[in-house]
Design a protein around this ligand. Structure first.
Ligand SMILES: [Fe+2]
Length: 395
């Protein structure tokens, strides 16, 4: 293993921490742009509490509302222009993964010259990463993406329905205020999709990383087991604050880089799913629940011992040998059954997606994430035909 790790985001975790928003924001600016989504934070009082905290710290604000699920390039441009016009010096993301991702890119847009889409890989010759951004404070209202404490953002160009990603040091939030109380009103389906998303963040590295990462393996298994223990409780009773807190902490840990450190893993399941949610506007976590088990059955043929380890350590399935393929497949079946048990779809047809565009999904996936050989990196690397095969198996 050879790697570097640095996560500069100041994490403030715990019930009631929203009250500290003003104090924390005040360290970075005096005029905030508050980015929100479809309005749930207004309906449940979170927005008013955030504003009260800002006012008590003498911070003024403007609003950039209406960021949609699977956030669009036009929304991000709108937010960047608003922040510039209003002279904002700090950006607050108050919402789920879409809001946080959009807020990061808006903060970078203030300083970015030229077309914002140039920072996202989409088959262009020259990609220009952002070098500077306004300070961002994240306040997640959903446990899922882990965006609150990482440097990534995923945006969809609605004109081409290409969904792509950007990452960069300047996009790390300065602070993340992670208050599990803000998640108690999240409906059952979104709660379940978030659980699937966070688990998939660690399974990607677990199955696609380099060999010889035993500490990271057990970190990943700890996240998965915790999400599988507390996730169903959070789905069954949204007001179970203990379950909400454990799920939310798991979601932060799952993608703040610590679990993946040294694994050097690509994220093929995410890359395939992004194409589905870009074209069909389904929830990211729901798409992952469909793609991940299908991908696992494909990838297990290439690496049975790793999938047997997953089956044994997560589900306690006895192994006849280290590369017991029957046990590996049973583990995947059990994982898929878990996803179904919390209310996730596991077939494309459940989301109204048929087989008429499988080629297009594969082509778009490779356009964004294909390597020089035209394959999707992972273990194993996937050709266009492989991606189509995996999606066909999930119909
Ligand atoms: Fe994700």
């Amino acid at each position: 293993m050879k790697f570097e790790y640095q996560n500069p985001t100041h994490l403030i975790f715990g019930a009631g921490t929203l009250a500290r928003l003003g104090e924390v924001t005040g360290a970075y600016g005096k005029k905030a742009m508050i980015v929100t989504g479809g309005g749930s934070v207004k309906r449940n009082g979170t927005f008013d509490r955030a504003v009260a905290s800002l006012k008590s710290a003498g911070i003024s604000f403007v609003e950039c509302d209406g960021v949609e699920p699977n956030p669009r390039l036009s929304s991000v441009k709108r937010g960047g222009e608003l922040a510039k016009k209003e002279g904002c010096d700090v950006v607050i993301a108050l919402g789920g993964g879409s809001v946080m991702d959009a807020a990061k890119v808006m903060a970078a847009a203030v300083f970015y010259e030229g077309d914002l889409w140039d920072m996202f890989p989409h088959g262009q010759a020259n990609r220009r990463l952002p070098a500077k951004a306004l300070p961002v404070i994240t306040v997640p209202t959903l446990a899922a993406t882990g965006s609150e404490m990482n440097s990534g953002a995923v945006i969809t160009d609605e004109k081409t329905t290409i969904k792509s990603f950007v990452g960069g040091k300047c996009l790390y939030p300065k602070a993340a205020i992670v208050d599990p109380e803000l998640t108690v009103s999240v409906p059952k389906d979104q709660t379940a999709y978030g659980i699937c998303d966070l688990i998939t963040h660690v399974t990607e590295a677990y199955f696609n990383g380099v060999d010889g990462t035993p500490v990271q393996d057990r970190f990943a298994e700890g996240v998965i087991l915790t999400a599988m223990e507390y996730g169903p409780k959070a789905v069954a009773d949204g007001n179970d604050l203990e379950a909400r807190a454990q799920v939310q902490w798991a979601s932060v840990v799952a993608l703040n880089g610590w679990v993946q450190a040294g694994c050097l893993a690509p994220y093929p399941v995410h890359m395939i799913e992004h194409t589905l949610s870009a074209q069909h506007d389904i929830a990211h976590g729901a798409g992952l629940a469909i793609v991940n088990p299908a991908w696992m059955r494909f990838a297990a043929k290439n690496r049975p011992a790793r999938f047997a380890q997953f089956a044994h350590r997560i589900f306690g399935i006895e192994l006849k040998s280290a590369d017991d393929m029957d046990a590996a497949l049973e583990g995947i079946d059990r994982f898929e059954a878990f996803l179904r048990s919390i209310g996730c779809p596991t077939r494309l047809s459940e989301c109204g997606i048929g087989d008429d565009r499988l080629d297009r999904y594969a082509e778009d996936t490779l356009l964004v994430a294909g390597n020089a050989e035209g394959q999707l990196p992972g273990r194993p690397a996937m050709t266009k035909a492989d991606i189509v095969e995996v999606l066909r198996s999930a119909l």
